[in-house]
Design a protein around this ligand. Sequence first.
Ligand code: SF4
Ligand code: SF4
Ligand code: FES
Length: 374
Amino acid sequence: MQVGLKVWRFNSRTGERELQEYEIAAPEEATLLDCLDIVKDQHDGTLAYRKSCRMMICGSCGMRMDGAAVLACKTRMYDIAQAGHVPVISAMGNLPIVKDLVVDMEPFWEKFRSVDPFLQPGYEEPPDGKEYRIDQPRMNVIHKEALCINCGCCVSECNSMEADPNFLGPQALAKAMRFVGDPRDGNKIARLEKLNGEHGIWECTRCYMCTERCPKGVDPRDAIAKLGAESMYEGIDRDMGAKHANWFVVSAKTTGWLRETELVPKTQGIISAIKQTRFALDLARKGKVPPPFPPHVAKNVKESRRLYELTTQQGPKGYMGIVQGEHALSRLAHGHTGEETLAEIYERPGAFKRPFIAGEELEAPVFLEKPPER
Ligand code: SF4
Ligand code: SF4
Ligand code: FES
């Protein structure tokens, strides 16, 4: 197939940028990385990009295609080439460019290192000859976070990092959750205290771009939500972001909608609210602020209160609560209406394969006959 590529070239010595177009012949199964290899091998040896494993494991080949971060070795070019589209390839965002598609990963690694990405054991030593084993529900808490390959695609797309380059960012926070949620780690509270500081979890604007662009399904925004929930569970809720979130809950529970007029005094305190009186009056004059009294109560406020009751009755709090909610949502996605048991759902024709549930007896392994020797 014929593939067209427009590549943003960059020379960090001169600061020059240039959009260069290439037209190449590539096999139908080619990925973006294969196409770049063809460009480099056959057309232009000066093109710079990173790669190693070619199989979505090493995290080296993060770059942008048409403005969105991708792993080049995961991106098939067939449909794009068939549509006659010529994509624009550029370096990842939020990291300084060294040359062409190669970025300086040091700011990324600095944040990675700052969350102490290693276990700090606090558990009792297992008896001699035994392993420290964790039950499945506890491992489910960090299952997604453990899939991270440090590619930087999430960092490239993070809006908060664009506004504040010191924000820890989605990758470092997902990595932090990997250890906060590990029952073998003995430093959870100290970790949470640190993550609740300046440039920490509450600086995330919840734009979900990290989750959308992560090529491994790590879901960094969810990891940040779990860190927030666990912080609250552990009573670490001094930050304005935590107060903000708490007020959302109270407001939705009592009136069924978000009372923004009270948001500033509840999260920033009375003094800060007074300082912003003029701004509030300007908003009120433009009809942007509803009168605070009497508080408007939504017609279906009972639904909101019921939702609150249900979530508080669920039992597990903190990150366990979020994982439990996720499982409930996935049951709904699998068609669970409450009328059938899960076992019945898995027996439906064409149903998803039933997953192994921790604590169950495993089916006896099937051994294949050894082929006859020739
Ligand atoms: S959700 Fe938060 S961490 Fe993720 S990209 Fe948006 S601002 Fe960044
Ligand atoms: S969270 Fe996803 S996008 Fe971010 S570094 Fe890890 S694998 Fe890459
Ligand atoms: S080359 Fe390793 S992830 Fe793409």
